[in-house]
Design a protein around this ligand. Structure first.
Ligand code: RAT
Ligand code: ZN
Length: 434
């Protein structure tokens, strides 16, 4: 194929990024088999169902709950009063205060607009009624096809917290997810609160005790193997607070137990099964517990702990993302030193346009094509539409600039080259690292 002229690059990159189906490596989405609490045309809803989708879920996303409490503070509407309201009432409250009485220009507000726009729904009258009616007429099964096609997402990676009862029971009942949805065994309490995890595991028939050693290690490994098999998990994952250190502070008994579980249970089982381990580092949970999911904070974490782990366990592979902007540069440099470290995504509070551009540019400069630029973290199915739309445009913008620089230096670049690289970014780097 013909080498591209520098003026053609932007259009070619943008087309390639739009056209490339995404494998989304981290979401909180589920296939319909997990039940949905959203009223719809397919019949009865399951209030404990895990698949969130539709207008009221979009508008009550926890990012928007945090934002509405800034303009209607808890002194005016107490947290409990808000959370006791129905989904529809909560959505109406958020819509009124963040979309009608002021302009929806935050990234989370804009996300709702992009999503509705992509679905062809018009809310320019600033009313939700007709959109709400449209969503009620959808059937989740068909709707998933529509969203995945419109978002051009080919595979959705779930987050499956095994210590969560609603989730666990569904797997025990023998649920089989739609093959487009892949499971990830999420195990936060195992490392962060071993005594509580051990108590639960013991009640489920595993011979573990608070003391990490001998039989406890064997039984905890058996627990992980059983759940990897039950979920057919493609990797294991957890999130960690900014205070997490490896090696742990010897004076901190809880952290020492976590380290023992990591070194003697989690990583050996990952290695034995050939599975990667994902660490999402930097979320300080419940800075404002009354805000529930919306109450978590960001904190600067310790990249040296990540490099120490990657060095100590060369036979394991680690996916790592960090929440603080301040950590992004050192993390990208760390990935230059360790091939078993795969940097991924612009997570949560750095999943904003200005920061996605900054972080992606820096990662290309330090890591070339060898990282995973983004995951959606969607909690509501429809969010795939906006998260990927916004990210695709930003990633394409960064890549176009970098390709132009190469062409300016005399490199002959073809459309096929660009398509190959884009396939790595949106799919191949993740799949190959698995
Ligand atoms: O982005 C989010 O919605 C967060 O609440 C978390 O789910 C975070 O992404 C996580 O996976 O811990
Ligand atoms: Zn997440």
């Amino acid at each position: 194929s013909q080498p591209l002229h520098r003026d053609q690059i932007e259009a070619v990159v943008s087309a390639a990024v739009q056209k490339q189906p995404v494998v989304d490596m981290h979401t909180h989405l589920y296939s319909p088999a997990f039940g949905t609490p959203v009223p719809n045309a397919a019949g009865p809803v399951d209030p404990t169902g895990l698949l969130l989708w539709g207008l009221d879920e979009l508008v009550t996303y926890h990012y928007l709950i945090a934002e509405v409490f800034r303009v209607v503070p808890a002194t005016v509407l107490p947290y409990d009063t808000f959370f006791k309201m129905s989904k529809v009432e909560q959505a109406d409250h958020i819509w009124k205060h963040l979309f009608v009485e002021r302009s929806p220009i935050s990234e989370a507000c804009r996300g709702v607009l992009t999503t509705l726009h992509k679905l062809g729904l018009d809310v320019s009258d600033r009313k939700l009624d007709s959109a709400r009616k449209w969503f009620k007429e959808q059937k989740p099964g068909d709707y998933i096809d529509k969203v995945m096609e419109l978002a051009n997402v080919e595979s959705i990676t779930m987050t499956n917290p095994v210590f969560d009862d609603g989730e666990r029971e569904r797997w025990l009942r023998g649920i089989k997810p739609d093959p487009r949805f892949q499971a990830v065994l999420r195990i936060d309490p195992l490392l962060l609160d071993w005594p509580a995890a051990a108590k639960k595991m013991a009640s489920w028939g595993y011979g573990v005790s608070e003391e990490v050693g001998g039989r406890t290690i064997e039984e905890a490994r058996r627990f992980l193997r059983d759940w990897i098999d039950k979920q057919n998990a493609i990797y294991l994952a957890l999130s960690l607070p900014p205070s997490w250190r490896y090696p742990a502070d010897p004076a901190d008994a809880a952290a020492r137990a976590g380290q023992a579980i990591l070194e003697q249970v989690i990583l050996p089982v990952c290695a034995e099964r050939g599975l990667a381990f994902a660490m999402m580092i930097g979320s300080r949970r419940a800075a404002n517990p009354a805000l529930r999911d919306a109450g978590d904070m960001v904190g600067t974490s310790d990249v040296d702990s990540v490099t120490a782990l990657a060095a100590r366990f060369p036979g394991n592979r680690f996916f790592v993302t960090m929440l603080a902007r301040e950590n992004q540069h050192a993390l990208a440099v760390a990935a230059r030193k360790f091939g078993n470290l795969m940097v991924f995504g612009c997570w949560w509070f750095v999943n904003n346009p200005s920061l996605i551009t900054e972080i992606t540019k820096m990662r290309v400069e330090l890591l070339g094509t060898s990282f995973i630029p983004q995951h959606s973290d969607a909690r509501v199915l429809d969010q795939l539409l906006y998260k990927w739309d916004h990210s695709r445009k930003l990633i394409a913008g960064v890549l176009a600039e970098k390709y132009r620089d190469a062409v300016d230096a005399g490199w002959k670049l073809t459309t096929a080259d660009i398509e190959r690289d884009v396939a790595l970014y949106l799919k191949g780097n993740f799949r190959n690292f698995l």
